[in-house]
Design a binder for this molecule. Structure first.
Ligand SMILES: [Zn+2]
Length: 390
């Protein structure tokens, strides 16, 4: 029939035009956005034409998205899967950093890092849970730090000027003593850029609460045990350009500390992230239970790629979402990683012909099952309190 022939020609014309235009977007998220927009039908042809064209173009989108992930790793979870977006930054060189001198009160490293060690203490022995992304198997015997979480101390900030030296020193000292009592972090970087070791690296610190992160190989559940906590003495105003009180000395010290820890433990750059990126509330299935460094962590200044580009394991694998408070905390800069995670959820739901809320519910059930399989372990902490929510 003439009508069918016209339609086929129309589809072929649109396909080549859309593919060519989509190819101009190198960013997978932008390409998907373009394709979704491009496939919205503007004119109103006969209803069967609309249905046929929509079906065809929906099928067209999926392979383009697949082609953006060369590893094509899938979760052995359910039916037709859309491969998760990349969970790592491109391979990067970690400069070798070595210990030069160790005294009772400090350590000095080859990259200029000096660590004050007079306040360091042990805490719970590290033993953490993680899930293999290829086999889906749980492991609970992790002992080597797998990443770093950056925090702000949210402590009192006084004016940074010479006349205030005594007060600045006193406040910094109180802070270190407080962190020591609470076992809150492995490291505190004060406003003069001095690095204080508090909880020793071979132990867990109570820094991340309910939290998770993923790299290309594993999903880490409960980062108190698997990631090291580094806190910068500062205070956050939601949505502000920079945490209050951050000094150049602090950023330099955080950079050399990060270099040393990455060199020592072989930590990939994509596993060096902020508390807001990893924090979750397992009761409400919301991310960003803590919002320190929800925006504007100066990744470049501390020698790292922009890890706000990375998707969130909590959303992609377990169906977590976020509320307005979190959007407010991120300010005007919405992360590409959040957009990627949302896009992935929409694609996966479409691939299974279910709604996004239904897809999220399936992922949340999967999360509860995994948590139930985990043996009682201090490493998973607040994640085990997850329960069903609507
Ligand atoms: Zn924090």
């Amino acid at each position: 029939m003439a009508g069918e022939f016209d339609l086929w020609e129309e589809i072929q014309r649109q396909e080549s035009k859309i593919q060519w235009l989509a190819g101009r977007h190198t960013d997978p998220v932008k390409r998907l956005r373009y394709l979704r927009k491009a496939t919205a039908i503007k004119s109103r042809p006969k209803r069967w034409k609309t249905a046929a064209l929509t079906m065809f173009l929906v099928l067209l989108i999926a392979p383009v998205y697949h082609a953006t992930d060369s590893r094509r790793q899938t979760q052995p979870l359910m039916g037709r899967e859309v491969p998760p977006p990349q969970f790592h930054q491109p391979p990067d060189q970690v400069a070798e950093v070595w210990l030069v001198e160790r005294k009772a009160a400090y350590e000095v490293y080859s990259n200029g890092l000096r660590i004050e060690t007079g306040n360091s203490i042990p805490h719970d022995k590290r033993s953490y849970a993680s899930v293999s992304r290829s086999s889906g198997r749980l492991r609970t015997d992790g002992v080597q730090p797998a990443g770093i979480v950056y925090h702000t101390t949210e402590s009192h900030i006084t004016t940074f000027e010479e006349g205030n030296n005594a007060r600045l020193q006193r406040v910094g000292q109180w802070l270190v003593e407080y962190v020591k009592r609470q076992r809150s972090y492995h490291y505190v970087v004060d406003r003069f850029g001095r690095v204080h070791r508090v909880v020793e690296e071979e132990y867990a610190a109570d820094h991340a609460g309910g939290s998770m992160w993923a790299d290309q190989d594993r999903i880490y559940l409960g980062l108190n045990h698997s990631f090291l906590g580094v806190a910068l003495e500062s205070q956050t105003t939601p949505g502000a350009d920079m945490a209050e009180g951050i000094t150049d000395a602090q950023l330099h010290a955080t950079k050399v500390l990060t270099e040393m820890l990455r060199s020592k433990y072989g930590i990939p750059s994509g596993n060096c992230v902020t508390h807001a990126q990893v924090s979750v509330n397992a009761r409400s299935y919301r991310i960003g239970n803590h919002t320190d460094w929800a925006a504007n962590f100066p990744y470049q200044r501390v020698g790292l790629p922009d890890n706000y580009q990375l998707p969130l394991a909590s959303m992609v694998f377990y169906g977590f979402g976020y509320g307005q408070e979190f959007v407010d905390a991120t300010g005007s800069r919405m992360w590409n990683g959040l957009a990627k995670s949302e896009e992935h959820m929409r694609q996966s739901a479409a691939g299974q012909a279910i709604s996004v809320p239904q897809y999220r519910t399936k992922l949340q059930q999967h999360f509860r099952q995994q948590m139930a399989e985990l043996p009682e372990s201090p490493g998973t902490g607040k994640l085990r309190t997850g329960r069903r929510t609507r």
